[in-house]
Design a protein around this ligand. Structure first.
Ligand SMILES: NC(=O)c1ccc[n+]([C@@H]2O[C@H](COP(=O)([O-])OP(=O)(O)OC[C@H]3O[C@@H](n4cnc5c(N)ncnc54)[C@H](OP(=O)(O)O)[C@@H]3O)[C@@H](O)[C@H]2O)c1
Length: 249
């Protein structure tokens, strides 16, 4: 069987955990050459060890110069860039009254400005390859949750930014988003920490879906592969919901 990403050069942010790590694994298995991003060096190095030929560059996506460095190093090493898979994200928990202004800005910078930063540096190169950008948004773009004001705002704005970039850079670059429902990752457990009984809250999130289970990082990686591969060459400017049906429950 042909590999779907043979020799495609791909940056994956948020690759040290959860969905980003699952995406990196699947893309690697499908022949991609990977540059992986995250702050945690220990976890990043362990992913790179597993995914032979990959590079890990530690840094904070809310820093514009780190994004520039990420793109520059990718091109220096692999001479091109085909795919940018943007997964890094944080919750910034706290209601509007209680959330510290510093934490509001950190969440905006990590979840939203970072998309602008990496796209800004990657797009000139992606245009040469007719490449693609895939943003990991959330159903929080469409449905609100208590204690997640910064998160909901950034996820809705990331979809607006995705659509704008799809318009601006078509037909050379395709830009899409995924909007997952509850997926079993460390972030979901952090989100549940806002509840009295986190284990019950996580279990209830799974039960609340039409398909009666949480998503797995691998469920999301399969959609990511579809959206960055030649299987979806007529798809741009769209957000695909992948939520076990929870938005319709
Ligand atoms: N889990 C869910 O239910 C769910 C649902 C919908 C959407 N999402 C979205 O899916 C994406 C992936 O989340 P996940 O659930 O897989 O969470 P996760 O397991 O906590 O992973 C988050 C990733 O983001 C990275 N990251 C966070 N802040 C960063 C920063 N400032 N600079 C660089 N990297 C940073 C983390 O790396 P380091 O710790 O190494 O920095 C980690 O690799 C996020 O955008 C999230 O909003 C999650």
């Amino acid at each position: 069987m042909d590999l779907k990403l043979k020799d495609k050069v791909c940056i994956v942010t948020g690759a040290t955990s959860g969905m980003g790590r699952a995406i990196a694994k699947l893309f690697h298995a499908q022949g991609a050459k990977l540059v992986l991003s995250g702050r945690n060096k220990k976890r990043g190095n362990s992913v790179v060890k597993e995914l032979k030929g990959s590079i890990f560059i530690a840094g904070d996506v809310s820093d514009p110069s780190y994004n520039e460095h990420l793109v520059k190093t990718t091109i220096e090493n692999f001479k091109k860039l085909d795919i940018v898979s943007i997964n890094a994200g944080i919750l910034g928990l706290g209601n509007v009254v209680d959330l510290a202004i510093k934490d509001w800005h950190t969440t905006l910078n990590t979840n939203l400005s970072a998309i602008f930063y990496i796209s800004k540096y990657a797009i000139p190169q992606l245009q040469k390859q007719q490449g693609t950008i895939l943003i990991n948004a959330s159903i929080a773009a469409f449905k609100s949750f208590p204690n997640h004001p910064a998160y909901c705002a950034t996820k809705a704005a990331s979809i607006a930014l995705m659509k704008q970039m799809a318009v601006e850079y078509a037909p050379k670059i395709r830009v899409n988003a995924m909007s997952p429902g509850p997926v079993d990752t460390p972030l979901l457990w952090d989100s549940a920490s806002a509840f009295k009984n986190p284990e019950e809250a996580v279990a209830n999130a799974g039960k609340a879906t039409l398909l009666k289970r949480l998503g797995t990082p691998e469920d999301i990686a399969k959609l990511a592969l579809f959206l960055v591969s030649d299987d979806s060459t007529w798809i741009t400017g769209t957000s695909m919901t992948i939520d076990g049906g929870i938005l319709n429950a």
